[in-house]
Design a protein around this ligand. Structure first.
Ligand SMILES: C[S@@+](CC[C@H](N)C(=O)[O-])C[C@H]1O[C@@H](n2cnc3c(N)ncnc32)[C@H](O)[C@@H]1O
Length: 261
């Protein structure tokens, strides 16, 4: 099923509210119970280097709700400008800020106020000067064309009903030959409507997951070439319903690298 067709089957306003509620809780109460794992144990399991985690704010790591690791495929260079889509409490933004150094810069964008407030406060307290967090939507990025060398994102695009729009925006804000390095949830088999229309499963990073081939086609149609994809076997859903859906439809985490043509 095309991602745009999927977009028509879910109530977008209800979904946005559920996603905001879920990730407000993740920002404010990272020790709560969720369908997914959170925090430092998850980050280390996915491949984040301990030495880098030790250099960024602990509270950003506590609210980390990503699904994979991509710094190895992003190949960041000193001085690069990076955009983090759906930056949450900021863990990937801070980690990337270490990689691009003081001459580089990382912008995190998110639609959930509590995530943005937390990330901004942590950046100020820890004196990370090469990051900034801004409010906005992935579907309408508030940046000029060709503004970034790299776009990153972790566990976010699956939450967006119109993935084609998001990838078109990514391609627009990337410089020519710019890179996209992301981790996200996709499925081997198209999910049935009872799952795609369940906004709670959607907000838990399952219901909105695109079928893997359709997901890659949407990236290519936006003008980027998918050069590498790997499965992240270390990422697991933890609630019974999430585990069931994951097993039945091959819901899985991938890390993906693409280049703007
Ligand atoms: C699963 S969390 C991941 C957060 C962060 N990347 C991390 O790894 O911890 C998803 C985040 O994406 C944000 N988000 C979801 N859909 C969005 C959209 N359409 N525009 C902007 N932010 C969005 C949510 O507010 C939430 O903070």
């Amino acid at each position: 099923m095309e991602t745009t067709m999927l977009a028509k089957k879910v109530n977008a306003a209800e979904l946005e509210q559920k996603v905001k509620n879920m990730y407000r809780d993740v920002a404010l109460n990272p020790k709560g119970e969720y369908h997914f794992e959170l925090g430092r144990t998850l980050a280390e399991k996915l491949g984040y280097e301990k030495e880098c985690l030790d250099l960024i704010p602990t509270a950003a790591i506590d609210s980390f709700a990503g699904v994979g690791y991509f710094c190895d495929i992003a190949n960041f260079n000193e001085g690069e400008k990076v955009l983090d889509l759906g930056s949450g409490s900021g863990m990937d933004t801070f980690i990337t800020a270490l990689k691009v150094g003081k001459s580089g810069h990382v912008t995190g964008i998110d639609m959930t106020d509590e995530q943005l407030e937390k990330a901004t406060r942590l950046a100020d307290e820890s004196k990370f000067e090469n990051v900034r967090f801004t409010k906005g939507y992935l579907e309408k990025l508030p940046f000029a064309d060709a503004s970034f060398d790299v776009v990153i994102s972790n566990g976010v695009i699956n939450l967006c009903p119109d993935k084609a729009k998001v990838f078109a925006e990514v391609a627009r804000v990337l410089k020519p030959k710019g890179r996209m390095a992301i981790a996200d949830i996709v499925t081997e088999h198209q999910l049935p409507e009872n799952i795609t229309c369940d906004s709670t499963l959607w907000a838990s990073c399952i219901g909105g997951a695109g079928q893997e081939d359709a997901y890659k086609t949407s990236i290519e149609k936006a003008g980027m070439e998918v050069l590498y994809v790997r499965n992240n076997a270390a990422y697991e859903f933890i609630s019974k319903s999430a585990k069931g859906a994951s097993k039945q439809y091959g819901v899985k985490s991938v890390s993906l690298f693409a280049e703007k043509k």
